[in-house]
Design a protein around this ligand. Sequence first.
Ligand SMILES: Nc1ncnc2c1ncn2[C@@H]1O[C@H](COP(=O)(O)OP(=O)(O)OP(=O)(O)O)[C@@H](O)[C@H]1O
Ligand SMILES: [Mg+2]
Length: 258
Amino acid sequence: MGKIICISSQKGGVGKTITAVNLSTALAIAEKKTLLLDMDFQGHATGAITAEGKKGEKGIYDALTRTIPVAETIKGSEIEYLKLIPADIRLLGVEHDLRSHNDREHILDRLLNDIRKEFDFIIIDSPPSFSFLSVNGIIAADFLVLPLQCEYFALESLGQFFTVFRGLKKKYKARTEIGGILLNMFDPHEALSVRIAGEVMKSFNGMVYRSVIPRCRGIKESACHGKSIILTDISSDGSKGFISLAREIIGTMYCNEE
Ligand SMILES: Nc1ncnc2c1ncn2[C@@H]1O[C@H](COP(=O)(O)OP(=O)(O)OP(=O)(O)O)[C@@H](O)[C@H]1O
Ligand SMILES: [Mg+2]
C-alpha cells in the first residue's frame, strides 16, 4: 500500500508546492512509484511538472465531482516513475459544487483508496489555510510534512497548526500523523534564519527532519520552467536537500515496516 503524504501549512508561500514537486521527483528518481496530486486551484504543482498546462485536461476536480474515475485523471511525466493528477481553477468552486454531498471531508480519502496500491508514495500539494481542499488532503494522508520558513512567527504558526490539526483529527477520526517539520529557505549566513531554526529544533525536538532546504535561486527558476531543480541542477544544494529528505522519508518507511 502506498504511503500518502500531504504537504501542509496554513501559511502561504512557505514552500508547500516546491516541497511537493521536488520531494516527488526525488522519490521517483529513486525508482519509487510516485503520484503527485495537485489539490490547489492555483495549479502551481501542475505547472511545475508540465510547463505548458493543457486546456480542457481532466484533473482532480473531475474525480472529486465523480465525472470520471480518479484513475483516468492520472497523467505521465518526463520521469518514468512520476505521475501527476493535475489541478485547475475549477477547484475554486468545488466546495460549492459538493455542498449537498454527505461526509465531504472524506471524499479524497475514499478516492485515493482506489489507487494507492498502484504507488509507493502519493504526495499531495495543498493550498494555504484550512479550506475544504486542505482538510480533504490532511484527512486522506497517512502523515504530514510541514514546511516552515525560518522567519518571525514561525513558532506561533506551528503552534496554531497543531491546535487545529488535533481538532480535525478528532472530529473526523483521521489516522493522520505528523511526519515532520521541514526547515525551508534556510540561510546559514542570516542570523534570524539560524536563530529561528534553533528555536524550532528546541521546541519541537524529534519532530524536525534532519534534512534542511536552503534558500536557493535555482529552485525558483527551475519551477518557472516546469521542472524540478533535481532535473536542472542535481549537484545544487537545493537538490541535495530534497534528495536527503526523500532518503529520510524512505528510511522511516522501512524502519516502520520492520
Ligand atoms: N528553498 C527555496 N529557495 C528559494 N526559493 C524558494 C524556496 N522554497 C520556495 N521558494 C520560492 O518561494 C515562493 C513560495 O514557494 P511555494 O509556491 O512553494 O509556496 P507555497 O507554500 O506552495 O505557497 P501557496 O501557499 O501560495 O501555495 C515561490 O516563488 C518559490 O519558488
Ligand atoms: Mg503552493
